[in-house]
Design a protein around this ligand. Sequence first.
Ligand SMILES: Cc1cc2nc3c(=O)[nH]c(=O)nc-3n(C[C@H](O)[C@H](O)[C@H](O)COP(=O)(O)O)c2cc1C
Length: 211
Amino acid sequence: MTPSTDNKKIAIISCSTRVPRVNPYISTYIQSVVAPLAPSNVSFTILDIADQGLPLYDEPAVPSTFPPSDPTPHYAHAHTRAWSSVISSYDGFIFVTPQYNWSVPASLKNALDYLFYEWKGKPAAIVTYGGHGGNKAAEHLRGILGGLRMQAAATNVLLPIPVRTFMQTLQEHGKVPEDQIKVWREAGVEDRIQESLEQLVQLLQQPPAEK
Ligand SMILES: Cc1cc2nc3c(=O)[nH]c(=O)nc-3n(C[C@H](O)[C@H](O)[C@H](O)COP(=O)(O)O)c2cc1C
């Protein structure tokens, strides 16, 4: 990858919120794969939707009607202003989400709906997991990101998981165990993570889209 000179901050967004959940383990695994592959000016932070204190969407105004250059002070609620500041501080995103009933979890849609210009024009990569990898969630998320005028990396990363046993396995090992990583690696998952990351870095190097 050809590094650009500016520092770029990527949030790896943990998109489910129930307790317990698989998500933090998979987000940590994704961070462990992307961090060594990325140019040195690109940094990664795990950002957990569960920590943001967002209730079900409760803003009285439509986010896309606010001033594009500084929407943050215009939100009615402190939780939205805080979320707006957090997302404004990142240059791009890796969404790590399970598939719930053939789509994304409500927690992710809710967190996305709260904002508009904070997302608009920014690049994003899509990582999903589920019994068959969560491709329906990936395609729904791609559509939602299109509505937010984000630039999604072309390659979806799909992680098939053994749904019935995975939570217990993760709790026993404290991380995604090496034999599961081997299964994913042999199925080409890490090649797709690298491909998606390269697309994300490429998108980061383009001039920001007009608000
Ligand atoms: C409400 C709900 C709906 C689900 N729907 C699907 C589904 O459509 N396809 C699938 O492969 N797995 C589905 N699953 C299984 C999840 O992929 C699996 O439980 C995963 O661990 C959920 O991620 P989380 O632990 O981070 O919440 C569903 C799980 C839940 C809780």
